[in-house]
Each structure stands twice: as C-alpha cells, then as structure tokens.
Design a protein around this ligand. Structure first.
Ligand SMILES: Nc1nc2c(c(=O)[nH]1)N[C@H]1C(S)=C(S)[C@@H](COP(=O)(O)O)O[C@H]1N2
Ligand SMILES: [Mo]
Length: 435
C-alpha cells in the first residue's frame, strides 16, 4: 500500500477505529492521522554527531529545583520520577545534593590518598585505579532527606511524585572495591573506621565503618557506562550500597583509617534523627523500604478507563520481594507485578492494571523487602520519630483521585497529638532542598 492510500484510509478513521478494537478497548484514542505525520520523510535528516543530545521536544523533562532555595551551591534538586520510565536514571537527571558546589577537577591531577592506621600509606592516580579489578552494579543513591515533605502538617497539596521522593536515583556504577585498596595499604589492628573526604569547597567528610568498606563499598569512576558526571563526583566517588546518600563522598581525595568516628559536621549538624522521646539517633545508615506511585501521581490528570498504575520501590536492606497497591484508601491491598531487577539494591519498577470508574478514591503503595521490612503508615512513623525530625521519612505516600480525575496528595492531616511541629523555614534546610 502506498503512502497516499494509507493516508486516505487513516483519515477515514477506519484504521484508527480498528486499533481501538484490537487493543480490547484499552485505548482511549481514535485520533486521525494527518499529512503532517509524514513530513520528516521528505527531508534529509540531521547529521551524525559525536555526542548525543535528546530530542528537542523532550527539553521540558528536567530536575526540579525549588524556587525557595537559599543557595544553589548548598542545596538539592530532584530527579523527575513522574516523567521517566524503566529504572535507570539518565545521568543528566540524577538528583544532586551539594554542600559547596560542584568542583572542576582535572583527572590527570587528581589523587586518592589512603593513610592513617595502615602499614603502607598509598597514593593512587585515576590510571592506577582503573588497572585494578572492577565491579559494575546497578544501585540506588537516596538522600536521607528524601520524603522530607511528609513531615509537613497539614499535607502539601501541591506535592508531586518528584517532590515527594525524587531525592533518589538509580545508576549502573563501575569502580574498584574499596576492600582491594585497603588490603593493599594493610589495615592495622584496632582500626575500625574510615574517614573519607571530598575535594569540594565543603571538604565534605564522613565516618564509614571499616566492616562495610570491606563488604561491598565501591570507589566508583563510571556511571551508566561513561565517566561520572561532575555533579556525581567526577572523577571519583564512594558508592555505599543501600546506605544513605550522604555517606557516599563525592570528589573523593582522601581516606583516613582510624579507630574512632570523626563526628564531622556532615554527620552531626545534619543527617541525625530526633526520636519521639527526644533522644537523637546518629548514624542511621541503611535506607528503609520506600515506594512511590509515579502514575497516577500528584498534579496529574486522568480519564475514566484503563490505566497502568506504575511506580518505583527500593530498600537498603535488600531485594524488594513484594509491592502492594491499595485502590481504596488502605482498606484492601493487592499485589503489583515487579519488573525483573538487575541487582538486589537497585530500584525496581512495579505495575498494576486498573480500570478507573470515575469515582473519587485514594491510591497508595507499600514495598516489602527480603528481610520482611515494610513501610509504616503516617501514624506508625510518627509514633517512633519526632515531629520536627527531617530525615529518613519512609511512610506510605497516598494520592487522592478526585471525581474530575485530578490527582493530589492524599496524605492525612494528622491529629494534634500526632502532628509534626510546623517546620517553617526548617523544611527548606535538611537536604538543602525545599521538598
Ligand atoms: N564531597 C561531597 N560528597 C557528598 C556531598 C557533598 O556535598 N560533598 N553530599 C552528600 C549527600 S548529602 C548526598 S545525598 C549524595 C548525593 O549524591 P548525588 O549528588 O550524586 O546525587 O552525595 C553525598 N556526598
Ligand atoms: Mo543527602
């Protein structure tokens, strides 16, 4: 059939009608084709280029940067979870969290020093590190401040999935196991901690238990198959599987081996958790299970009929084994299907087919990991953690679908006894990002 004939057929709507029938009534469409759809075939396309760029029509898919940030050098932005598919975060859309801006580092000049309680202090160039045995794993990085918006009471009705949980990203990371470097240096008896330091203006510093370092920590130089992005720590960063993002020191230049944690500003003034009894919990490293429905989600608009509910789930404790979705505000739950996961500590995608009947309802998801951990309700969460806490929020996120198909935050306004103290300006702090 030639193009003209096909066009005639399509414009009669016959074929378009057939599509609807063939797909079992799932499609809403029936849109007519126009001559315009064939326009690109009439002209020679763009030339080959050395480095790819996305379609000009996709330029609106960007990281969310709060207009309320005090500074863009010590803040965070969010991966646009509600505009992405699959589980790999494009490197250009990986969330960012910096305490002193993004340094420009010449990899030829960069060195990694390992010293302190070791037999042989060592200095590595990038080339030295790339000669060593490498590991590639698909792992999430999540800021401890992810979900921070959940501390607001009453709930923020302008919340989107991006602003709810977009301080998580998922990439394929390649690097040298830190254990190999430590064995080379020869860790002395009595050593128990590592103090990694970044080469940024913040001289960002944390304490990392030696035990974890020997287990699975990577000194990463590649992200999704190419060199790390400057924002992600070019040319070197720590990737600490399953732990809070804040321990994954970027622009890594030095690791001191010690017998004690250093109690750095970056692990005391931030990233500690106030408990409901007023005590402060330090070193909350492992990220608890999380899930977020990205479609339909906050500020989207849906129509009656079929929708594939989609979302993302992850846990620092291990593989996600089950995600449940409630379509009736938490009264009943059904099991979503999970896409095969490339790594136990990768983000996974869940899906559930659903026909929306046009009635107002609340949808929500909760994830379960292989260790039996799941997400608490808002009430359960605030029974444990203080109202004015800022980090490690992983309570179930609800979305309310109105009779008009508009989707908004479905979280409850908590009773006075449970209500978090009004955060005010504090909500803008934490991970530096008003979420
Ligand atoms: N050197 C350095 N490393 C750092 C930070 C920083 O500001 N400086 N921020 C930390 C925090 S709080 C997080 S959540 C992650 C964020 O990593 P990303 O910007 O690649 O998403 O990097 C961590 N490593
Ligand atoms: Mo963070």
């Amino acid at each position: 059939m030639n193009r003209r004939k096909l066009l005639q057929l399509l414009s009669k709507g016959a074929a378009a009608g057939a599509f609807v029938k063939l797909s079992g009534g799932l499609a809403q469409g029936g849109e007519k084709f126009s001559e315009k759809a064939f326009e690109p075939m009439r002209f020679l396309g763009a030339e080959l280029r050395e480095y790819g760029e996305r379609s000009e029509f996709e330029k609106g898919v960007v990281r969310y940067i709060s207009p309320n940030l005090r500074t863009r050098h010590s803040g965070a932005n969010f991966t646009p979870l509600d505009k992405l598919d699959g589980v790999i975060t494009p490197s250009s859309l990986h969330f960012e969290r910096h305490h002193g801006g993004v340094p420009t580092i010449d990899p030829a000049e960069h060195r990694l020093v390992i010293h302190g309680m070791v037999e042989r202090p060592l200095i590595f160039t990038l080339a030295d590190l790339k000669r060593l045995p490498s590991v590639t794993r698909t792992l999430f990085i999540e800021c401890a401040g992810n979900g921070q918006n959940g501390y607001r009471n009453p709930p923020d009705m302008t919340l989107t999935a991006t602003r709810s949980r977009g301080l998580v990203s998922n990439s394929s990371w390649t690097g040298v196991p830190l254990a190999i470097l430590l064995k080379e240096a020869g860790v002395k008896e009595g050593a128990r901690w590592l103090i990694p330091e970044g080469a940024d203006a913040a001289a960002y510093t944390r304490s990392l238990p030696l035990e974890k370092a020997m287990e699975d920590v990577l000194v990463a130089y590649a992200q999704n198959g190419e060199a790390l992005r400057p924002e992600q720590g070019y040319p070197l960063r720590l990737v600490v599987p399953g732990w809070e993002g804040s321990i994954m020191v970027k622009w890594l230049r030095r690791i001191q081996v010690t017998d004690m944690p250093v109690m750095a500003k970056d692990e005391t003034s931030e990233y500690t958790d106030t408990m409901a009894d007023g005590k402060v919990h330090a070193f909350t490293w492992i990220m608890e299970p999380q899930s977020i429905i990205t479609y339909p989600s906050g500020l989207q608009q849906i129509q009656r009929g079929f929708h594939e509910i989609r979302g993302l789930a992850w846990s620092g404790h291990g593989r996600i084994v089950r995600v449940e979705i409630s379509l009736d505000g938490g009264a009943t739950w059904r099991r979503a299907s999970l896409e095969p996961s490339p790594d136990p500590l990768s983000v996974v995608r869940f899906k559930l087919g659903w026909v929306w009947d046009g009635k107002e309802t609340i949808i929500m998801s909760r994830a379960w990991d292989e260790k039996g951990n799941t997400q608490p309700t808002q009430e359960e969460f605030f029974a444990r953690w203080a109202r004015n806490n800022r980090y490690h929020y992983n309570a179930i996120q609800a979305w309310r679908i109105g009779a008009d198909g508009k989707v908004v935050n479905g979280d409850k306004t908590l009773s006075a006894s449970l209500a978090p103290r009004r955060l005010g300006a504090v909500g803008m702090g934490g991970c530096g990002g008003e979420s």
